[in-house]
Design a protein around this ligand. Structure first.
Ligand SMILES: Cc1cc2nc3c(=O)[nH]c(=O)nc-3n(C[C@H](O)[C@H](O)[C@H](O)COP(=O)(O)OP(=O)(O)OC[C@H]3O[C@@H](n4cnc5c(N)ncnc54)[C@H](O)[C@@H]3O)c2cc1C
Length: 393
């Protein structure tokens, strides 16, 4: 099968998730979108089938974390419901700070509860005045004996109000630029922690996106991740590993929309034949399939590199490319799927209009696609390819 570097065991897991997605999640997708309520039944399904365990090592109650497998699982679920795919992506996003920078004690304290899905998690970087410019954050944390006291607020936080544990970034030294940022894990029950407004939005409607506030919020000093001042580096190392998850959500949406449009094009007839036999529609289907396959090649390569231990510039560049390309493909392909269904594509009875609305966010969060392009170009400009030009006159 093209683009399938999975082992036999990984294929078995993919097939199990594919079946769960088709049989248990797909029938819920339209209702999740319509009600805009967080789908706790899907979380329960993940718990029962140990899906969150796919993200974690055995010593913390998982089945052995694999980045590639995580991407495949997010893709499979997002083919039928992008909100449900995001629940898995954010469990990974919110756990990565602990995985990358946590002490053994911190990992033992939290990861088993995240691996079982008993606790959900979140990643809180964005503030009202600090999105792409994350270094402009204003939330502060000051040491007070055995605790840190956090003040400020975050905006647009996925899983706000449903997460039990938040990875939070705050300034411990406001004069030290990015080196003055520190990372913490903050339990939702911490004194002074509060959830604010949950935003109504265009797509991924079942996912909560909201404000969180810290009002003299007291967190044990033992919840600092890494050392004081490590926060910005931790935030970026997390994004290097989590951005492909958004790529996987985008790819799932694109493939789901392609599959739906294909079936529709076989059965809808105009001018005496199925629309798929009109060359302009056939050409669109061919482009959609080709884009999905190309996106999958890049995404899975990124997953494999993470599993092989890639770090630094190599990882930063390929993860930005995977997020950028898969999300642009998601927007293009879901828009074309709506076009192929004609008027039926625009009405809510058919899933492609939801897929098109859901696809838009993949170009925006975890760094907009403008920011991904800046990241990729910055890495390219650092590379020395002069030797490739040797002999070129
Ligand atoms: C549904 C949803 C869920 C989210 N979930 C989370 C979450 O869980 N955790 C979290 O921390 N954040 C989350 N975010 C925030 C998200 O990551 C930010 O919205 C995003 O990074 C953009 O920041 P901004 O909205 O402040 O836009 P801005 O930074 O104000 O950007 C506005 C526009 O300017 C462009 N731009 C900005 N700077 C440059 C530049 N230097 N060069 C070229 N173009 C530029 C941007 O690409 C964009 O088009 C979420 C957002 C949404 C909508």
């Amino acid at each position: 099968m093209p683009n399938d570097p999975l082992t036999a065991e990984q294929r078995e897991i993919r097939d199990l998730v594919r079946e769960l997605a088709r049989e248990r999640i797909a029938p819920r997708a339209a209702e999740i979108d319509k009600s805009a309520e967080f789908p706790w039944d899907v979380v329960e399904l993940y718990r029962e089938n140990e899906i969150f365990g796919i993200l974690f090592d055995e010593e913390y109650g998982g089945i052995g974390a694999s980045a590639l497998m995580t991407l495949v699982v997010i893709e499979e679920v997002s083919k039928v419901c992008a909100t449900s795919g995001l629940i898995i992506a954010v469990q990974e996003l919110g756990s990565l700070g602990l995985k990358l920078a946590g002490t053994d004690e911190q990992k033992q304290r939290y990861l088993p509860r995240l691996a079982s899905g008993e606790w959900l998690t979140a990643y809180a970087l964005t503030e009202p005045g600090s999105g792409s410019d994350s270094a402009a954050m204003r939330t502060t944390a000051r040491r007070d004996d055995g605790e840190y006291v956090l003040d400020g607020g975050k905006r647009f936080i996925t899983n706000a109000g449903v997460a039990d544990l938040y990875t939070v970034f705050a300034k411990t030294d406001s004069d030290a630029g990015p080196n003055g940022t520190s990372a913490f894990v903050v339990e939702a029950t911490s004194p002074g922690f509060e959830v604010g407004r949950i935003e109504p939005k265009m797509g991924i409607k079942g996912s909560t996106t909201g404000e969180i506030f810290f009002n003299d919020c007291r967190v044990p000093a033992a919840n600092l991740l890494g050392d004081e001042g490590d926060g910005f580096k931790i935030a970026m190392r997390i994004l290097d590993r989590s951005r492909p998850g958004i790529g996987a959500q985008g790819l799932g949406l694109a493939q789901g929309a392609t599959d739906y449009a294909l079936e529709y094009a076989k059965s809808r007839e105009t001018m005496g034949k199925p629309i798929g036999e009109h060359q302009l529609i056939a050409g669109m289907l061919a482009d959609m399939e080709t884009k999905c396959e190309a996106a999958r090649g890049l995404l899975y390569k990124c997953g494999q590199l993470i599993d092989e231990g890639a770090e630094g510039a190599e990882l930063t560049k390929i993860s930005a490319m995977a997020k950028l390309y898969c999300s642009d493909v998601a927007m293009d392909v879901t828009t074309d799927a709506v076009q192929i269904l004609g008027g039926y594509g625009y009405i809510q009875e058919y899933p492609v209009e939801r897929m098109m609305r859901d696809a838009k966010i993949t170009q925006i969060y975890e760094g907009t696609n403008q920011i991904q392009r800046l990241v990729i170009a910055r890495e390219m400009l650092k590379e020395n390819r002069a030797f490739l030009l040797a002999g070129v006159g």
